[in-house]
Write a protein that binds this ligand. Sequence first.
Ligand code: PMP
Ligand code: GLN
Length: 378
Amino acid sequence: IDSKLPKVGTTIFTVIGQLAQQHNAINLSQGFPNFSPDSKLLALVNKALVADHNQYAPMQGAMGLRETISEKTENLYGRYYDPGSEITITAGATQAIFTAIAAFIKPGDEVVVLKPAYDCYEPSIELFGGVVVPVQLEGPDFKVNWDVFKAAITQKTKIVIINTPHNPTGSIWSASDMLRLQSVLEGTSILLLSDEVYEHIIFDGVPHESVSKFPDLASRSLICSSFGKTFHVTGWKMGYCIAPKELMKEFQKVHQFNVFSVNHPAQIALQDYLKHSEHYLELGAFYQKKRDYFLAAIQNSRFGMHPSQGTYFQLLDYSTITDKKDTDFAERLIKEFGLASIPVSVFCTEDYDQRLLRFCFAKTEEVLDQAAEILNRI
Ligand code: PMP
Ligand code: GLN
C-alpha cells in the first residue's frame, strides 16, 4: 500500500495501554481521570436523552452551548466571540485541531511545532502535504528559545502551533512569552493554532494566558479546547474551536463535511451544566492537590522532578537510576514493576536524548499511593 503516513504506527497511548492491561499494571500513562464526573452532569445527559435531543445538532453546535462558551471566554479572557459565527463544537479537541489544519494547510506550507509536542499535530499536517518545522523547547521549564524560533519562521510558514498548559511537560506560557510571540508574528499573515485544552488545570495561583487575551494574537488564532479535560469526561470526545469569523468560516467549510455535527445530547447536557456551574474555576485547586499529594509521596524516591505548572501530567527524571532509553525503561516499569507511564521521546524529534517519563496524576489518592510505593522502590 502506498501509505500517506509511512512513518506513523499505532499511537503510544494504545500501545502502552494494551501493555499495561496485559501486565495488570497501575496505569498512569494515558491522560484520563479514574474517577467519575459530577453526578449532576450525568443526570443532565439523561434529561437530554429523555427530552429527545436525539437527532442531529446544528452543524456549528447547539446554540445554547455556543452562548455559554462565548460568555465564559469573555468573562475569563476579556474577548467576545460571536456564538453565531465564531464558535464550533467538535468531537474533542482532536477533531478541532485536525479540522483547523485541514482547512488551512496546502502542500508545501510549513507549520512550526514546538517540541515535545502532543502527538496528533504532525500526522495531521503531513496528511495535507504540510511540512513540520520542529523547534525544541529548552531547559527544565521547556521555554521557547526565541532566536531559534525566529530562525524557523520563513516565507512558507502558514501556522504556528502552541500548547499551554503543555502536554507532556506541564510547563505554561507567561504573558511575556505571549507578548514575545506577538512581536515575532507582527506584520505576517501567519496563523496560530492554540491548543488550550488544559486551560483550567493550572496551579499555584498563576493565571492561564489564553491567546484570546492578546488582540493581535487573537485575530490570527484558532483556539481549541476540550470538555473532556474540564469535566472529567474524556470518553465523550467533546470539545470546541473558537476563532474570528473569517477563520471560522474556513474551519466550518471542512467541519461540515468531516463530521457535520457532534453528539447532541452531550451538548445539551454541557450547555445546561455550564449555565449553573462554575466547576471549572475550582479545577486548578483540585488537581494541584493531586499533584502535591503525588510529589510528596515520592519525594524520597530516586526520581528527579520539577513540579508541573499545569495539566494533569508530571514528568519524572530517572537519569540517576539508569541510562536506558525511556521507551525501554517505560517497558521495564510495566513488566517488572507493574506501573505504566509514557516515554517523553514519543513527543520529541529523533535526536532527543533525555531520561524522562510522563505520569498522569488524575487519579484517586489510593492509586497515587500504589504508584508511589512502586516509584519509591525503584
Ligand atoms: N491536545 C492535547 C495537548 C491533549 O493532551 C489532548 C488530549 N489528550 C488533546 C489535544 C485532545 O483532546 P480530546 O480528547 O478532547 O480530543
Ligand atoms: N491526551 C491524552 C494524553 O496525552 C491521550 C489521548 C489519546 O489517547 N489520544 O494522554
